[in-house]
Write a protein that binds this ligand. Structure first.
Ligand SMILES: [Fe+2]
Length: 202
């Protein structure tokens, strides 16, 4: 199990190295440093969430470096500890909770402990709306599957596998997920301890 998670972390690092260097995203260097140093524990306890049922419908993208991450993730997914953002309990609907979840591979209280970086993979079922939220951490998403639409105050953008989406600290953003399940790779740097919160709820 530890070997398989380490392989997933290596593939995520290789994925980031396969992307064109974007000068606006210097945070990637810190993410790579954390991934290269990461070593997962021998025992990782699986935790099931209903969103796992959507993984059967996830299709590979045809982009080699995206699919290397996606394939390893899909083969491991049922053995991983799936979570929800604690502050969304009782705030976002039961329907939302039944159709989303994520695995935090690196970060505070995660499979691999880290205080300055978060790396994980999140899944949403079709046609969900994730209301406007924000966080102090800087964020870089990469789409691994699906066609999610990301909105900030001034930009609305539909994405496809391989696309990157960046959010500055405290920048409000919301997502509308497409007709097929969405899988996103996320990285946070900076103030990563606090979770995301809905805008207006904190
Ligand atoms: Fe975010």
């Amino acid at each position: 199990m530890a070997g398989a998670i380490d392989e997933l972390l290596r593939r995520i690092a290789a994925f980031h190295r396969s992307r064109p260097v974007v000068p606006e995203y210097p945070m990637v260097a810190e993410v790579l440093e954390a991934l290269d140093a990461a070593s997962s524990p021998t025992l990782v306890e699986a935790r099931y969430l209903p969103v796992l049922r959507h993984l059967e419908a996830v299709a590979l993208s045809g982009d080699e470096s995206v699919d290397a991450v996606l394939e390893e993730f899909l083969s491991l997914a049922a053995s991983l500890p799936w979570i929800h953002t604690a502050g969304y309990r009782g705030v976002l609907s039961q329907e939302f909770h039944d159709n989303y979840g994520y695995v935090q591979l690196v970060g505070p209280k995660s499979i691999v402990e880290h205080r300055c970086v978060r790396v994980g993979i999140a899944v949403w079922g079709p046609n969900l709306h994730y209301p406007s939220h924000h966080h102090e951490a800087e964020e870089l998403y990469h789409v691994l599957a699906g066609e999610p639409c990301f909105s900030t105050d001034d930009v609305r953008r539909t994405t496809k596998p391989g696309d990157a989406v960046h959010h500055a600290p405290w920048q409000p953003h919301q997502q509308d997920f497409g007709a097929t399940p969405t899988v996103l790779l996320y990285c946070w740097t900076g103030a990563v301890v606090a979770d995301a919160a809905l805008v207006g709820a904190d």
